[in-house]
Design a binder for this molecule. Structure first.
Ligand code: FES
Ligand code: FES
Length: 152
């Protein structure tokens, strides 16, 4: 049975098996390859998206469970070709290494800053506990993120 949902503001319909992970539908069917499929066990955070405004690891979300829901992927962050403020500071601080973790980190921090725009360094670090960076670039990443907050 088809699943109809909103993805980055557009209504989309998937005919994939309802148990297919959302990450596979995003990447293979809708060619939204920003979210990365890495551990596929809900551990690394590379596949993180926003699902009805909340963080979700899309490798653990069967497409059949998101009928009528609103999904936002990392592709939604740059509006009209302009990077979001978060993306801009990450670029300015030359944070990205291999990039596998980064779409998930951007989605986590975007959600976090919406809720806590005045967060400090320790709170930013805590927010990233579910996002693993194998290149271990955490310090530079937090240095960049903290410049966005009113406490910086
Ligand atoms: S691929 Fe989903 S949490 Fe790692
Ligand atoms: S930049 Fe390589 S895994 Fe994070």
């Amino acid at each position: 049975m088809p699943t109809s949902l909103m993805i980055n503001g557009e209504r989309r319909t998937s005919n994939r098996d309802p148990m297919t992970p959302l990450i596979d539908v995003l990447r293979d069917e809708f060619l939204l390859t920003g979210a990365k499929s890495v551990c596929r066990e809900g551990v690394c955070g590379a596949c993180t998206v926003h699902l009805d405004g909340r963080l979700a690891v899309s490798c653990l979300v069967p497409i059949g469970t998101v009928e009528g829901k609103d999904v936002r992927t990392v592709e939604s962050l740059a509006m009209a070709g302009e990077l979001s403020p978060l993306q801009q500071v990450m670029e300015q601080h030359d944070v990205v290494q291999c990039g596998m973790c980064f779409p998930g980190i951007l989605m986590t921090l975007t959600s976090f800053f919406q809720a806590q725009p005045n967060a400090g360094r320790d709170e930013i670090k805590a927010a990233l506990v579910g996002n693993i960076c194998r290149c271990t670039g955490y310090e530079r990443l937090v240095d960049a993120a903290v410049t966005l907050t009113k406490r910086s």
